[in-house]
Design a protein around this ligand. Sequence first.
Ligand SMILES: [Zn+2]
Length: 687
Amino acid sequence: MEKVYNHKKVEKEVLKIWRKENLGNPEKEKGKTFCIIMPPPNANGRLHMGHALMLSIQDTIVRYQRMKGKKVLWLPGFDHAGFETLVVFEKELEKKGLSRFEIPKEKLYKEILKFANQKKKEIRNQMKELGISCAWKYEKYTLDKDVVKLVLETFERLKNDGLIEKSERLVNWCPKHKTAFSDLEVIFKEKNSFLYYIKYGPFEVATVRPETILGDVAFAVNPQDERYKSYLNKKVEFEHPLTGEKVSFPVVFDKRIDPNFGTGIIKVTPGHDFFDFELAKKFNLPIIHIFDENGKINLKGSKYYGMNIKEAREVIVKDLELKGLLIKKESYLHSVPVCYKCESEIEPRPMEQWFLLLNKKFRLPKKLKELIKKDHASLKEIALAGVKLIKFEPPRFKKILINWLKQIKDWNISRQVVWGIKIPNSEDVFDTWFSSSQWPVVTLKSFGNNVFKKYYPTDVMETGYDILQFWVSRMIFMGLYLTGDIPFKKVILHGIVRDERGQKMSKSKGNVIDPIDIVQKYGADTLRLGLLMGNEMGKDVIVSENKFIGAQRFLNKIWNATRFLILKRKEIEKLNRKLKEPKKFSQESKKILKDFEKFKKEILTLMEKDKLSLALEKLYKFFWFTFADQIIENTKKKIAQGDFEAYFVCERLLKEELKLLHPFLPFLTEYLWKKIGNKTLLAQQGL
Ligand SMILES: [Zn+2]
């Protein structure tokens, strides 16, 4: 055995053996089934540290389950990732000075398809370099024909149940990306702007958006506000502050209006504000649409026609000032909704879109009726009932999800982009999460009912806590809706990968550590060790190159200890060829073995509770400080005195430790297992 641990040689050799043995193929295994559906990486970039973390955790789990004797299906896949991929592709176009809006839709689709296919291939190869033991022959893509067929069937079924509505509503619109978003794709940013006090008809009104005056249709006040009581059920007539035309606005009363904001009276712009849109519905007010899809004023004939929001605001404020209608302006800090990708301010605009109605009750099929104990319920109620049946690690996320589900609104599932699954009879495509939400069902169903029945509900869904709402919640109601059963029995959530200073990794910050670089420099086992050590589920993971350098020391330690024992065996055999393990051990040896049994139980208990990092830490400490530093050191002394029993104790412990370490450090342990004389695969040993 070589003196120094060479990760390249070890990993290459082991990868070959696993491939030859077809490791990961569930058909080769017996026993109870265990299934994890892999969160499909987006087919639009390189494998990043977040993926490496997710894959390390899941590979550890499935290897452990396999060693426990389960028939394991870890189903890999890829996501076309609709808008996300489009944004990546658009950046490539921008580098060439092109815009997607100049390319015909069909051509654009074909080009993105080619791009995504290439990326898919690259990521698949990178995943294989990590040595993960998923079932490659079960690989699925969100755009596979059979998957698309099932997704469209779901849409039809939802339509027949009355849960899909195509209607004009106010939606979140990004003027740069020219698409609508669901509420989840909108983030909020603190912004310094001004609160303008304007003389507006008979009132003084405060507003942060004077440019929307052109779309105003009413005033609104709180019914408790004494200042405006005399206006109840009245209309006010006045000269429009910008056009000078005679207009008549109703004054509406609604208790949600804050009398402490500005002067207590607000202007109502139903075409461009969610709350005002609700007021318009309540009081039957007209909805005026003043911005086009580019965020420019669309009122033909108006002097403001064609101006963007910023320009219009400046000009309108100036005009109001000239007319003596601007009373004052105050600086004002408020939180503004922006596009999660480009941070452009979201411009709410009325549009016809497809909505999944999450609060509408429908007639439940038999299985759901039994679960909910009602004849009719909404998807939201189904989700809330389903969450209760699922275990969460860490448990606190269950509560977070329940609270979020309680206030869930209808889901806008249509996007005005070309890349994605087309909504039948429409120019739009589905929100990419619409297909992802069905992922555990459609992946398994695409292999036929037998496979579906065997593995559904799946055992574990392991993913990042940052997509709890985007994905986990939606899989729960979709899985239940489609099958009457929860899609997974347990949800395990990991954190976000951050650099040493706690910052998210990003190209623009220049702090990205590429997992494949780490694999090449230090090995796939080291990558896993660095990612799993000290990584408590649900907490963010700090990653630095130093961490991997430190991790590799442990692999060297295991290598050296094993090599030492192999050499000792040869030495002992030279002295006494017939030497065998004694039938009866001394009291001292018995105690060491008994203590180890206790330790092993502790490790297995932690594994059952998904406390992977804690189990790994204990294994690390035991191997280094108890086994290598104490037990092996004592054994050296004993062998020197001609006492060989201690050697056999060491050999037993080493075998057991390699087994326990295998789910975490599969390459090195597999290699050493063979080196100490075993013919069968360590990956297929029982625990
Ligand atoms: Zn945007």
